[in-house]
Design a protein around this ligand. Structure first.
Ligand SMILES: [Zn+2]
Ligand SMILES: [Zn+2]
Length: 255
């Protein structure tokens, strides 16, 4: 039954794609690049220019939760400094969704599937970045989730949680917190840590998979936790990747 459903979906998808192709008059690559794979699957495709020379970040936000222009510039600069992409485009789009106060990752996947308008094709790799109201269903007493990478080219930012964490007088500014979280999630798509990009030297936090052991590194696990935000007030700077993480990226086709 499941397979029949899948086939119907696939046929439907191909039909829609062909129609789009006719209207645009472009040559269609029906072997569309997969976008429902696990996080890290596209690490080397994002890092190197072997399969894709260009990258397009499709930012989709819910009204009232648009990311700062500075944050998107920080992301663009980061991509320029760590990957070999020659053309980096970031575009924003307001989306209308039936808002919830709490989102599961299944909800997030559905929102992406309903609203995503761009897919990787030819020399351009597309990343989907969702900025939502509300909070993650994985929030607990001690953890508030600021962002999550959930597919090979997709991540979500819980913007309302970021706004709340940065409103704290002891906390970092919104731009610093938002930039830090978006770069952290993007680095998961780059395969850090040990998530599709192999480690040159072991530095994966044994207690927190896919994170770095270095406490000052961008890939330290607490970066994603809003409850930790006040600890960043000391320097008001975006944490950088440490040498372990950078060496992993270099070994997998990045800079
Ligand atoms: Zn993380
Ligand atoms: Zn690191």
């Amino acid at each position: 039954m499941k397979n029949i459903f899948k086939s119907v979906l696939l046929i439907l998808f191909l039909t829609i794609s062909c129609n789009e192709d006719d209207s645009l008059g472009n040559v269609l690559n029906t072997n569309n690049y997969p976008y429902k794979q696990q996080v890290g699957y596209s690490a080397s495709d994002i890092l190197s220019n072997k399969n894709f020379t260009d990258i397009y970040i499709e930012v989709m936000y819910v009204d009232g939760f648009r990311p700062s222009a500075e944050t998107l510039t920080n992301l663009k600069n980061f991509i320029g400094s760590r990957t070999y992409k020659t053309n980096i485009v970031v575009e924003e789009r307001l989306i209308n969704i039936s808002k919830k106060s709490t989102y599961t990752i299944d909800d997030v996947r559905n929102i992406e599937d309903t609203n995503r308008g761009k897919f990787s094709i030819e020399n351009q790799l597309v990343i989907s970045a969702l900025f939502l109201n509300g909070k993650s269903s994985n929030d607990t007493e001690t953890t508030t989730i600021l962002g999550t990478s959930y597919r090979n080219t997709s991540f979500v930012i819980f913007e309302e949680t970021i706004q709340a964490a940065s409103n704290d007088i002891l906390g970092p500014s919104k731009i610093i917190l938002e930039s830090t979280v978006i770069l952290h999630e993007f680095c998961h798509l780059l395969g850090l840590v040990n998530l599709g990009t192999s480690m040159v030297v072991n530095h994966e936090d044994a207690a927190h998979n896919a994170h770095c052991t270095t406490e000052t590194c961008l890939m330290y696990y607490l970066i994603e936790n809003g409850k930790n935000a006040p600890h960043w007030v000391k320097n008001e700077q975006i944490p950088q990747l440490d040498t372990y993480c950078i060496n992993d990226l270099k070994a997998n086709g990045g800079k």
